[in-house]
Design a protein around this ligand. Sequence first.
Ligand code: FES
Ligand code: FES
Length: 166
Amino acid sequence: MIRFNLNSKPVEIDVDPNMPLLWVLRDILGMTGTKFGCGMAQCGACTVHLDGQPIRSCVMPLSAIADKDVNTIEGLSASAEHPVQQAWLEHNVPQCGYCQSGQIMSAVALLNEHPDPDDETIDSYMQGNICRCGTYPRIKAAIKTAAKNKQSAFDYSLGKEVGGQA
Ligand code: FES
Ligand code: FES
């Protein structure tokens, strides 16, 4: 039995501990917002947060997340009110949409580490998230909008103010 917190709720799973987290999320728990792209940590479609850090869930065995905190796109907000999701909507970022939950989870982690990122920081941080539709310019614009709207006093992973004036 492996226990972990998924989007702030405790979960217990009794499956092969070598099963990748992505399979657990999608096939066991029905959390299909996180996507399967390459299965080899090469595309970023499966990005979730583990203890606040972005990881590729397709190569993360369940055993490695025991007693840790996992956040997925479903945990960002109930109905896309998270400021990064709002910026995505404002810029009409998605085309086919397949890569976008991974893009958003990486962007949230980026903004947690760098509340006001420059172009170079965005390019470097987001380079592991591939978009076959080429939405990169809109992704960058949306990250800048999210950074502008809510800067240092905002915890992006929680989607709410954590102190001070935003
Ligand atoms: S599916 Fe995990 S990085 Fe591509
Ligand atoms: S929007 Fe189609 S792969 Fe990114």
